[in-house]
Ligand binder design. Structure first.
Ligand SMILES: [Zn+2]
Length: 302
């Protein structure tokens, strides 16, 4: 199964150009991805393979902001070993590049050194893994380096992470530890590039975090507004277009009933405002707009 294509898709948001960058493919258990939704329902939306896994993307969003290039989430990066890549069905490498994200960034006309601000929705490895990279390049799947042997991927960027999420990521328990790796942020602390911020703060003009707890207690969606148009990068609040119905919530979420309320509140605003929704994990659909159908809220192409 090849990784999702295309590498990048571009559209206008008010006065800004925004680019959906594909950082890789991933295959996760369909049951875990849809929580309490029965398989006969979810497999009509996304069919499973012989290991019951469904194909997903790891989409990041690049914003041509007047204050500089902003990147939201960073994919899985280049540091994980072959066993890890197999377990999660990850295809994130492109010949001639460190990562698929780097290839997508170059395809959009930019280089890692051009990125001025990185924002993480949360610090799970498939969202923040590309924050850092191997200090010594190696073949895909080589043994995973320690945090001491990783470096920031974006040398000129400030990295903005919610303070509550950072505390949660650095105080793990038996259920959460498998998603949080110090190698994805310690090199940023070492270089002085990591900045912890509060939710709902405006990070740059027209760019703010919106707390959307549930997947993790301090998960953030990123709301972008330019010239009267609004987009929201959903992160893991709603990973794919198939997760738009309110009760379609991942089994991975630590507080699924909190996710439900985060989603309900955001959907109300997004429907009224005609917001562009950006899906991080959908293998084929980068974005859409909510509209009222006969059976309730549905997604339409923007
Ligand atoms: Zn996550």
């Amino acid at each position: 199964m090849p990784a999702p294509t295309p590498l990048h898709e571009t559209r206008q948001l008010g006065a800004w150009r925004i680019h959906a960058l594909q950082a890789g493919g991933q295959r996760l258990d369909g049951g875990a991805m849809f929580g309490v939704v029965p398989k006969p329902l979810w497999e009509r939306r996304i069919p499973a393979d012989e290991r019951n896994r469904i194909p997903l993307g790891m989409r990041c969003l690049l914003v041509e902001h007047p204050d500089g290039l902003v990147l939201i989430d960073t994919g899985v990066g280049d540091k994980e070993d072959a066993k890890f890549l197999d377990i999660y069905g990850i295809e994130a490498s492109v010949p001639g590049h460190r990562t698929m994200l780097e290839a997508a960034l170059v395809a959009a006309g930019f280089a890692p050194a051009d990125v001025k601000v990185v924002i993480n929705t949360h610090l799970h490895f498939d969202h923040a893994g590309g924050n850092t990279q191997r200090a010594e390049p190696a073949a895909t799947g080589a043994p995973t380096p320690d945090a001491a042997d990783a470096e920031p991927t974006f040398p000129n960027a400030r990295y903005l992470v919610h303070a509550g999420e950072f505390a949660y990521a650095t105080h793990t328990n038996e259920r959460t530890a498998a998603s949080y790796f110090t190698r994805n942020w310690v090199p940023l602390q070492r270089s002085g590039q990591l900045e912890l911020v509060d939710g709902r703060s405006e990070l740059l003009p027209g760019v703010r975090m919106r707390p959307t707890p549930g997947h993790t207690p301090h998960h953030q969606s990123i709301v972008l507004t330019s010239a009267g148009e609004t987009a929201v990068f959903l992160g893991d609040l709603c990973p794919t277009a198939a997760h738009v119905p309110l009760p379609w919530i991942m089994g991975y979420d630590v507080e699924p009933l909190v996710t439900l309320e985060s989603k309900r509140a955001l959907w109300a605003e997004a429907e009224t405002g005609g917001w562009l929704l950006v899906f991080e994990h959908d293998a084929t659909t980068p974005w859409g707009v909510l509209t009222r159908g006969e059976k309730g809220i549905v997604l339409r192409a923007p």
